[in-house]
Design a binder for this molecule. Sequence first.
Ligand code: ZN
Length: 299
Amino acid sequence: MQVTILGNGGAIPANGRFPTSQFVDMGTECLLIDCGEGAQIKMQEYGIKSNRINHVFISHLHGDHFFGLIGWLNTQALLGRTKDLNLYANEKLEAILAIQMDYPLPFTVHFKALPPNESMVCVQTDKCEVIAFPVWHSIPTHGFRCTIKRNKRIMNSEKVRELEVPNYFYKKLTEGLDYIKPNGDVIPNEMVTLAGKPNLIYSYCADTGFTDAYLAFIHTSNLIYHEATYCAQQIDKATQRHHCTAMQAATIAKQANAKQLIIGHFSSQYKTTDLHLAEAKTIFADVQIAEQGMVFTVQ
Ligand SMILES: [Zn+2]
């Protein structure tokens, strides 16, 4: 799973930073998470084949998270896209898009409303899962947990043959089921399989004030993206506006027992992000700035 940063700025584009948007390649599924103004320009710049995107997630309806969507959808139409698109967002977006795009698209958009203050399973396949979970902002907002499923058990083919487990049951063995022979004898799963690799988890947390309310959703993530709009000196402003400081973002990553953290959504008042990084590092060592154009591999 790879995460490409398209925009890492806060509400106002400034200092070369575009508003929030990320491309997440999960292999079988491709996601666009938030679509701030100019996201499609960044996709072109970074060579992202945006017709691969089959799911778009909009965290909330502040303009810096979705004003790029209409332009991108229009380009997709002009490029002759026919592939269906799933769009997950607050229910109000459907009416906004209907006004903006008062003409038929050559592809179907399946709109799925995210329930305010509740979680929702958005994508569920054999290979991956995406769950929307509520975070704490001034309007209903969701974060997203993206999981690559890898925890299937691995068959011990020698043992399987020796104990005469039939072919048709192999898939069930990888799912952890015991095999029951025609004579009623049970072959415990652990006897014929080995433990699989743990899942890979990427969690996207924006925009949000500092709270432990969504910790359970992002626990043990391999990689967390967390908004870090302000530095420590502006903590009052962060609290007032339901945003986080870099140190608060790092605290969340630490409490979630995450492996790695990337931070973004920087306020336009900061010319550089050096102080954000330095402050976050005092709490959580493995932190990086979510620089535009950088590709983070979830591992
Ligand atoms: Zn916001």
